[in-house]
Write a protein that binds this ligand. Structure first.
Ligand SMILES: C[S@@+](CC[C@H](N)C(=O)[O-])C[C@H]1O[C@@H](n2cnc3c(N)ncnc32)[C@H](O)[C@@H]1O
Length: 256
């Protein structure tokens, strides 16, 4: 396939904020191209490889709201891509099919699976996790980021989902952390974050200040208030930052 590789730092988004920081992420961002082309993220490919090699080799993968991101196809042999091409990403499904991938243009809510899926991939999907997780068999895996609060949604439903791990990147090496204390646990305010995770505090403080400036949010507001204001325009549902984050913003869950 003659497609573009998305390199580290090429795009700037950050978990839950819309801006990804280079040192944290090397993820693609879907921008509608003039001539539609598939996109591949080196970081996501590494994450999927780590999962496949260390955790589970899935037989059937569902990737809803895929846009142009075909990264799963580099790792897994049986992937079904689904996208309703709602808003942007026009022609993503036609482009996937042209490249020989199994892709369906459909609202995921109307999808009828031909077989049971045992891995669900959710990356910035604009849908609630439950909408897609219903197509996954019990004991199936979910690799998800939290840009649209999909991981947070699962963490909030321990009767439905087990939180298994968080993907961390260090020196271009991905590892799955099983020490899960503090993830998705909201701090009361930035002062608490400063105490429990000073590094994260500095990072989120600078990011929030920068977004607040860009969005012309009143400089008179406190850091906590600015954070809430910046979140209002996003799909994220968390009220305050978490004590801990995966630096890839990618998490692993199991459907119960
Ligand atoms: C923000 S893009 C993310 C694309 C890709 N996963 C990425 O991370 O770059 C969201 C995608 O979800 C698709 N989408 C939104 N709601 C959908 C739905 N109900 N069913 C299928 N696709 C949907 C949109 O068409 C769009 O391509």
């Amino acid at each position: 396939m003659a497609n573009k590789t998305i390199n580290s730092g090429e795009f700037h988004e950050h978990r839950g904020t819309g801006i990804r920081n280079d040192s944290y992420f090397s993820r693609h961002k879907t921008v509608e191209p003039i001539k539609p082309k598939l996109e591949f993220s080196d970081e996501l490919i590494s994450i999927y490889n780590e999962f496949k090699n260390k955790v589970y080799n899935p037989k059937s993968v569902l990737c809803p709201s895929c846009g142009f991101d075909a990264s799963p196809s580099k790792v897994f042999s049986n992937v079904t891509f689904v996208d309703g091409e709602i808003g942007g990403n026009q022609r993503c499904i036609e482009t996937m099919i042209r490249e020989g991938l199994n892709a369906i243009k459909q609202d995921i809510r109307n999808y009828i699976p031909e077989e049971e899926h045992d891995l669900l991939i959710l990356m910035n999907p604009c849908i609630h996790t439950d909408v897609a997780a219903k197509y996954l068999k019990k004991g199936g895996w979910i690799i998800s980021n939290n840009y649209h609060s999909n991981a947070f949604q699962m963490h909030a439903k321990p009767e439905q989902y087990d939180f298994f791990g968080a993907f961390h990147a260090e020196k271009n090496q991905i590892t799955i952390t099983r020490d899960l204390e503090g993830y998705f646990e909201q701090v009361k305010n930035f002062e608490e974050l400063k105490r429990v995770n000073p590094e994260e505090y500095e990072f989120l403080r600078d990011l929030t200040e920068s977004i607040a400036k860009q969005c012309k949010i009143s400089p008179k507001l406190s850091l906590d208030e600015k954070w809430i204001e910046t979140k209002k325009s996003m799909a994220s549902i968390e009220k305050m930052p978490f004590k801990r984050y995966a630096n890839t913003d990618t998490y692993l869950f199991v459907k119960k």
